[in-house]
Unconditional design. Sequence first.
Length: 306
Amino acid sequence: MNLALGSEQNEELYLEVFDTISNLPKISYPDLRLTHQLTITTARLVKSRRERERRRTTTVFDGKKENEQVSSFTTLNDITKAVTEDSVISMFWVVELSLIVYHKSTPSREDTQSFLTTLENICSDKKLQKVSRQFLDTIITALNFFNLSQSDEIIHLLREIKSNDTLSTFHENVIIKHSKIAEVKKDKKYKHQFIFKHPVTGTCTVTGSECGFIYKSKKQDGHWTRTLCTDSKDYTNTGIHLHDIISGHDMYWYAVWSGNTTDGTRVTVAGSLVWWKRWLSDITDWEFEQRYVAYNIADYLVTKPE
């Protein structure tokens, strides 16, 4: 049940439903309490959605900003400071930055626990995009193939994140597989297409194309940028159309790679290949597998079963 959407689209009907329930002559105390809880939940979701609409952006990925953080972050405190200052807005990126920090200098178990506690407190308030547990599983499986001194500690961190409902999720991200790429030669850009129907869309009345989005990627001054296409011309003859609810702010882009160990074991990883080459230096035959976008739909869910 999408209470936030129902409230926004027909507030009068929404209020009438809950007034009727509340005034039932034989309503039990637990049911009355549930009704009160649902109205509070709806108010919070509506507020969160309106805040999200105000910060809707077209930026999907900023390579320059990413590289600056990778080169400057050396401790877990650097990560929590960036989260507090809103320069890191996704737990996916927190995980990837942690891979860099642990490879540079492995924090103690006490520092790790302090980091987790601080992250949980921050994320309870800021509502960062949670990291998908499927993403974590891919990374943990890859790290288990190697006996690096840092492996046990980073695996411990990732498992703790995976078990924390404030930091990770199975269902609050939609993992969207890249469907098509086209080169825009005159601009030296690439257009990446993704098929995706946002929960708010409901029954789409557009015919002849599928719901989705396109982002353009371009390399400039040595850095890649990925920008959501919002101009209808970019969607001409693509078989995809865009709805206004789609925002780059809700996306986390990542790639999946695979390679063989010296004994021929195939290893699959998720995230930037730059740091995987550091962690798994004996793999030299890396191959690109697929691009994905993790789309955050947490503000459009009411019940959250794991």
